[in-house]
Design a protein around this ligand. Sequence first.
Ligand code: ATP
Ligand code: MG
Length: 945
Amino acid sequence: MESTLTARDRVGVQDFVLLENYTSEAAFIENLRRRFGENLIYTYIGSVLVSVNPNKNLEIYSKAHMERYRGVSFYEISPHIYAVSDNTYRAMRTERRDHCILISGESGAGKTEASKKILQYYATTCPVTDNMSTLRDRLLQSNPVLEAFGNAKTLRNDNSSRFGKYMDVQFDFRGAPIGGHILNYLLEKSRVVHQNHGERNFHIFYQLLEGGEQDLLSKLGLERNAQKYQYLVKGCCPRVSSINDKNDWKTVRKALTVIGFHEDEDLLNIIASVLHLGNTQFGEGENGENQITTEPQLKYVSKVGTMNEQYPPPPNTHTTHTHALPRRVNRELQFCINYCNEKLQQLFIELTLKSEQEEYEAEGITWELVKYFDNKIICDLVEEKHKGLISILDEECLRPGEPSDISFLEKLEDTLGGHAHFVTHKLANGKTRKVVSREEFKLIHYAGEVNYSVNGFLDKNNDLLYRNLKEVICQSDSQVLSQCFHREEVTDQKRPETAATQFKNSLAKLIEILRSKEPSYVRCIKPNDAKQSGRFDEALVRHQVKYLGLMENLRVRRAGFAYRRHYETFLQRYKSLCPGTWPNWQGRLADGVATLVQHLGYHPEEYKLGKTKIFIRFPKTLFSTEDALEARRPALGETILQAGEVIQSAWRGMKSRQRARCRRHAVDIIRKFIKGFIYRRYERCPENEYFLDHQRFSFLMTLVRNPPKSVLDKSWPIPPPSLTEVSAHLCRLCMQNMMRAYCRRIQPEWKKQMEQKVVASQIFKDQKDSYPQSVPKLFVASRLNSEEFNLKVIQTLGNDKVKYGIAVTKYDRRGYKARPRQLLLTSSFAMLVAEAKLKQRIDYASLRSISVSSLSDGFMVLHVPSEDNMQKSDVVLQCDHVIEVVTKLATMADKKIKVNMSQERIKFAVARGKEGVIDFTSGPELKVANGKKGHLLVTAPKLNP
Ligand SMILES: Nc1ncnc2c1ncn2[C@@H]1O[C@H](COP(=O)(O)OP(=O)(O)OP(=O)(O)O)[C@@H](O)[C@H]1O
Ligand SMILES: [Mg+2]
């Protein structure tokens, strides 16, 4: 704020405490007027915000504006509703205490708008997580619904709230809004049945008729014409240019969904039935009883619940009901509103004084007594037990006999006669008697005098809504309607509390809530009665300034000192005015401020130094300091400019020196490198030292950054000569490590597979053409499953178990006739089986060797000694998995079997010293045929080059 103090002549002062003539109401209003003329609608009285309704949209509520006020100290920036919002929020978070913002002012002064601005500020600036955004939307969307049902067009405000509102927003420890609730006070119910000329009923009725879809209206039995409804035509202005009911309807429907209200249909039925009730006519029956003469309306009203049968005729006729009620309500309502304002004013004065006094105490400054008007006397007049106005009213309502409004007035005169703030026609002297009629009493409120007519006071205070009506409503099967009254109210035989006592109690609760929180205040003022922008009606504003107690507030605030700031802020701003504190003060802040004000020549009576703040008594002291700062600015600017140049050149010099150093270093390195390269083959010497180290380093770093990734990865960087040995060592270690890790990881199944593959590799690698193709194909446990074994054969085995079986073709040694057989392997022998017959058994111990060809065929010859009569001679077999079969045989016979790999021919023994021969040759495809000289000729394709 200080930054704009110099512009004070143009737009007044931003804080009334800086007004020189602070006791002058005229000066106060002139300041408001000047600022209003510049669209500066906000001004402070210390921490209280005064807001003047601009009646036009100002460009001061954007997101950018919110950001500007976020986290910024209250007085550093021009007054704004966002500053109050932010300050309250931050104080709540740092002090961890509840806060409240109290917004007050006349109808149309901008209270509702201010509350919406505050909510929007929190919705935009507070931290919100995803799941909380629903809550934020609910908080914001509660407004359109509240306004639809609680606001109406009045002469003073097209969107006048016809109820008082207390809204609670709860924040969690991170400062995120996590909940809220709303309390309503004093809803003006009478508006439903009557509106003054130029006013409307609550918005929702017009919204439904204008915006509701045709289907919906038909269902509710409504017509799209407000003129048709008695309850909507009293004020003669169902349409208003500033209100778009159709659009507002859409907003309200959407808002109902957002806030999670699901009984829409129920609600619309109730709204419609109110309109129908308004059109219901009553007549006299044959026996003089009251009778409803408009059947169709009743049909729709009954839709709301189970009310058609029991609905009792009202005790009064329709006309008296609508006319008598509002006049009575308004009297008493006005009394309640004024009483409420009186209480809030009392709280306001008490808390402002208290906070002022607390600040003095905290700062160790002697408190100076402030004279102010304490309106406790008026509050007592209204609410005191036994002697107060409300007590007397209740007493009169309850007493036996024939109490009346007039007997109430007389009782008031008896009890309160002589009270300075209470006057009646009888009590008044000749001069004032004229302005108080015989049926009135006058209260002298702190904000002005108000006459109240006693007519209807007793009736209204009794607030007797007939018990059977409440009962019927409670029984309705409409969810919403049945919850309108507490069931206890219907069953409880106790007399309900009177309206005034109910209000007194709820007000006491509200004051208690407010008292438990740290208050901030927004005081709204409306500049004219015509809702016009740019018009400032001085008389109207003066009235509001008076009854809002703003002059009182200013006097309290200014009683001691006009201006106070933390030492740090003060010193930071004015330190350039004193050589002792410029450019920086090194000691305690309080000493710095003392040095500064001494240099400035402050007189002792002009200021006081507290514990953390300086208090300045008169605005003129501060203004002269501001002027001195203003005068010093050019010189200061010059000095700062010069300092800037010096800093700039020093900075540039340092930067270039830094760059030169870097370049020199780089050149050195390159030079060393080149020299080292030239000397790289020499023994280690100073010339190649750097190069060799670098080589070693980069070799090791390459290994660190890019080591082999798996056991199969054989890549390894080429080491420099000095590291050949180390490199080999490292390579081995690395490989071992990987292998160990690999082995640790493998499963037993896979291990067995690998072992067999190793045996296969020892036998066939680089020997047999089909070997490379066999490597990726996994060996299986058996090619035949147990069902394929012949049971008889298995039974002959006894304890031996078949471990592997495969279908093979056996060739006769003479004539080479091919015969299908099963080759079964146990742990000690192999056998050839033809169906149920065991054809040949070959013990591994007597199996001399196995011959296979080097080509891709599947032939193998098992060599068995022929001199043994028990054994038949060699066996010629062919199968699809010759490598697997030979590997299994070799594994089971404990690898002792010799496997011969023949290039072109295999010889085998036929009985009694005779030999058979198989010739192998390459060809386009696998072929087995009888060849020359009784040989078997096998042709096999070449699989690998
Ligand atoms: N800050 C503002 N900027 C622009 N227009 C405003 C502002 N404050 C109020 N208004 C205008 O004044 C009208 C009345 O304001 P608002 O409804 O807030 O008054 P109120 O104090 O809540 O009155 P009531 O007591 O009748 O509810 C608004 O509808 C809006 O047109
Ligand atoms: Mg309002």
